[in-house]
Design a binder for this molecule. Structure first.
Ligand SMILES: [Zn+2]
Length: 221
């Protein structure tokens, strides 16, 4: 059983890294972002609440996020463990979390703010089919046009520069106290998130003492 928390700013690739770990080691991936999107898409009561909060330009409260994660983990369907992304968001939640679960490691993806700006502000979405282009790593063949459907590429509205600045500030303000607490009580592995995703994953596994290739639960080796 392996229980991890992954932390990293927007654009650090934490969703991708969490998915790669979850896939190879049969972990349940608990992503706050995905859970909130699911609630909205499925028109639940919580989804309606989230929609109102976002429409008002506010952030979803720590309490709401905390109760979603607790409800999810209470299902106890994580036979081989879990990896949590987007939680805990403050010190009380982190303390509660450490008391409730025997966490094996906290993965901290480090990406300098300048690199976050470069990555996030270089993202384009197809207005027609929704294909996501990163103008650094995945350039369209024709500038401003979608390779798949020929639609026009647009900057994501929420990727606008000032929104990113306020999210970066919010991230550091909230994350630093949580990281400090984890550093004192648990083992935090800090990973440079600048290399490509395969290199980053390899580094995570090395630091956590996990096999580089596959989870032993899957291939029996
Ligand atoms: Zn398209």
């Amino acid at each position: 059983m392996r229980k991890y928390v992954i932390m990293g700013v927007q654009g650090s690739g934490k969703g991708t890294q969490a998915a790669m770990l979850a896939n190879d080691f049969d972990l349940v991936q608990v992503s706050v972002g995905d859970m909130l999107r699911w609630q909205v898409q499925n028109h639940t009561k919580i989804g309606a609440q989230v929609r109102r909060i976002v429409a008002a330009g506010e952030l979803v409260s720590d309490d709401l996020v905390g109760s979603l994660v607790r409800t999810r983990l209470d299902q106890h369907d994580w036979n081989y463990g879990f990896i949590v992304d987007g939680f805990p968001r403050n010190r009380p939640q982190a303390e509660f979390f450490l008391e409730s679960y025997d966490i094996d490691g906290v993965i901290h993806l480090e990406l300098p703010d300048d690199e976050v700006r470069r990555r996030v502000l270089n993202r384009r979405l197809c207005t027609r089919c929704g294909m996501d282009y990163n103008l650094i790593a995945h350039r369209p063949q024709v500038e401003g046009r979608c390779d798949v459907c020929g639609g026009e590429l647009m900057t994501r509205e929420d990727d606008a520069e000032h929104a990113l600045e306020s999210r970066l500030r919010d991230y550091h303000t909230k994350t630093n106290p949580v990281l400090d607490l984890f550093r004192r009580k648990e083992f935090v592995v800090s990973i440079d998130a600048r290399p490509d995703k395969v290199m980053v994953q390899r580094q995570i596994r090395t630091e956590l003492g996990l096999p580089i290739t596959r989870g032993p639960e899957k291939n029996g080796s």
